[in-house]
Design a protein around this ligand. Structure first.
Ligand code: C5P
Length: 238
């Protein structure tokens, strides 16, 4: 399978064609990047941890009836997914104040919101992925109104499922980023990855970060945090 064409290489993943035109193979890499690629490192084992966690999370979302691109985990670092065309939006859901929102609005880190806050960012490297609103999305024709309402609904459903999943593991789901795509029929599906690279996850008791903030702000060993998450979620699912 490895001699098939690499269609895309991102910061954390490579995407390959397969014999099936509607299926891609995703390979999770060991590279860690932050601040738009300004900070970089290779952390042995990170690709495996993210693949295992993302596969487990997508399976749980399937079980909860949330349409997503995940088909199966192939190996420690690879998974098969349905081919989609990614909608160029990063959908961020926030339960607790942290990260860029704390800076932007001058909030106290750790403040819990009564209702989740949803934000949209325009996926455009040259523009630096700016925060945009639904009027901008309509003007730029990034998604139709019905698609956007599906994205919002699914983002909230994902938040509900994942908040409970992590809570059972003694972990607070602070915030996370989702991406959606359109399949060959034009249906909107949750895609990309859901991993500690794309979520803020805090130990419920100690408040310690178990996610990519470990790497971003040199708070500790990234792989140790990711391993804690995988173990507490019940480990690798075959
Ligand atoms: O940096 P910020 O606070 O806006 O990030 C919110 C959430 O979205 C965090 O969980 C972060 O890991 C995730 N995110 C991401 N990819 C980006 C931007 C943010 O996964 N390009």
């Amino acid at each position: 399978m490895s001699d098939q064409a690499c269609l895309y290489e991102g910061k954390a993943k490579r995407i390959y064609e397969t014999d099936d035109p509607n299926v891609y193979r995703v390979v999770y890499k060991d590279e860690a990047t932050a601040f738009n690629g300004e900070k970089k490192d290779v952390l042995d084992g990170k690709g495996r941890l993210n693949n295992e966690i993302s596969s487990l999370v997508f399976s749980k979302l399937h079980e909860a009836g949330i349409a997503n691109h995940f088909i199966e985990r192939l190996t420690e670092t690879e998974q098969l997914v349905k081919k989609v065309r990614i909608i160029p939006l990063e959908v961020v859901v926030r339960n607790v104040a942290a990260g860029s929102l704390v800076k932007r609005l001058g909030l106290k880190r750790g403040e819990r919101f009564p209702e989740p806050i949803i934000e949209f960012y325009y996926k455009d490297d040259e523009l630096g992925d700016p925060l945009i609103n639904t009027d901008h999305i309509a003007y730029l024709k990034l998604a139709a109104d019905e698609e956007l309402s599906r994205v919002r609904k699914d983002a909230i459903r994902v938040n509900n499922v994942l908040t409970s999943l992590f809570k059972e593991a003694g972990i607070t789901l602070v915030d996370f980023k989702l991406e959606f795509g359109r399949d060959e029929n034009g249906s909107v599906l949750l895609a990309d990855e859901v991993s500690p690279d794309t979520c803020r996850l805090w130990d419920e008791k100690t408040g310690d970060s178990l996610d990519k903030d470990l790497f971003r702000f040199q708070l500790g060993d990234l792989n140790k945090g990711y391993e804690t998450i995988l173990t507490r979620l019940g480990g690798v699912q075959q």
